[in-house]
Write a protein of this length. Structure first.
Length: 231
């Protein structure tokens, strides 16, 4: 299957805090984003587009992987803007029916098995997303107090990658431009365009680095996954 991978990495990581965007922080002795890219480049993707912030001083200094499939482009203020910029970078390369996998730069624990499972769902006309069923009890909070307990039946926590046909994703994101608040993932835009993505059950350890404590957790996950590969 012809497929491309798009990695939005233009965010500043405001919830994480600190002067360095979280995708460049050290994880197991290397920049976090390098772990993510190494995992993704193990696939047979035709190319991988990393979407960077304007005048990003960290990308070149980090010593990114030297893979001829690796492309870069400048992103925008919001995730949707960056993903659209990444799609435009592929305009003269991707075919309308090519698959595009969009993956968070700060999900370094993605496994080959999850990538293969997602690609196996590529025949679904509405695309596919990795996700995990919600296990925790959900509380709606206002003013620091619980105002309701929400039923979790049928709720799944979306992960990445999310997979769609190139032309479908371009059209869906064009329709979603200007949303307030903006779409927080590609599936929301695709759903708004009338499609119903297939859910592919992913590993729960495909975590997104959001808070400082997540770095230690990710390092432990990477070590355990490496042990799994050795056995």
């Amino acid at each position: 299957m012809r497929h491309w991978i798009l990695v939005p990495a233009a965010g500043a990581g405001s919830r994480f805090g600190g002067p360095v965007p979280k995708q460049y922080l050290a994880l197991a002795g290397r920049p976090l984003i390098h772990h993510t890219l190494e995992r993704l480049l193990r696939s047979d993707a035709l190319g991988l587009v990393v979407v960077l912030a304007a005048a990003d001083p960290h990308w070149a200094a980090s010593g990114p992987p030297a893979d001829p499939r690796l492309l870069t482009v400048t992103g925008g203020a919001e995730r949707i803007d960056s993903v659209r910029a990444g799609l435009q970078r592929l305009a003269d390369r991707a075919l309308a029916d090519d698959l595009v996998l969009v993956h968070d730069a700060v999900r370094p624990c993605i496994t080959r098995a999850d990538l293969q499972a997602l690609l196996a769902a590529a025949d679904h006309p509405g695309g596919a997303v990795l996700a995990a069923p919600v296990a925790d009890t959900l509380k709606r909070v206002s003013g620091g107090v619980v105002v309701a307990t929400e039923p979790r039946d049928g709720l799944w926590a979306a992960q990445t990658p999310q997979l769609f046909r190139y032309a479908m994703l371009c059209k869906a994101l064009a329709r979603a431009a200007g949303w307030a608040p903006p779409a927080t993932d590609e599936a929301a835009a695709v759903e708004a365009a009338g499609h119903r993505p297939r859910v592919v059950a992913g590993r729960r350890d495909n975590i997104k680095i959001t808070w400082p404590g997540d770095l230690a957790l990710a390092e432990a996950i990477l070590a355990r996954q490496a042990e799994e590969e050795r056995t």
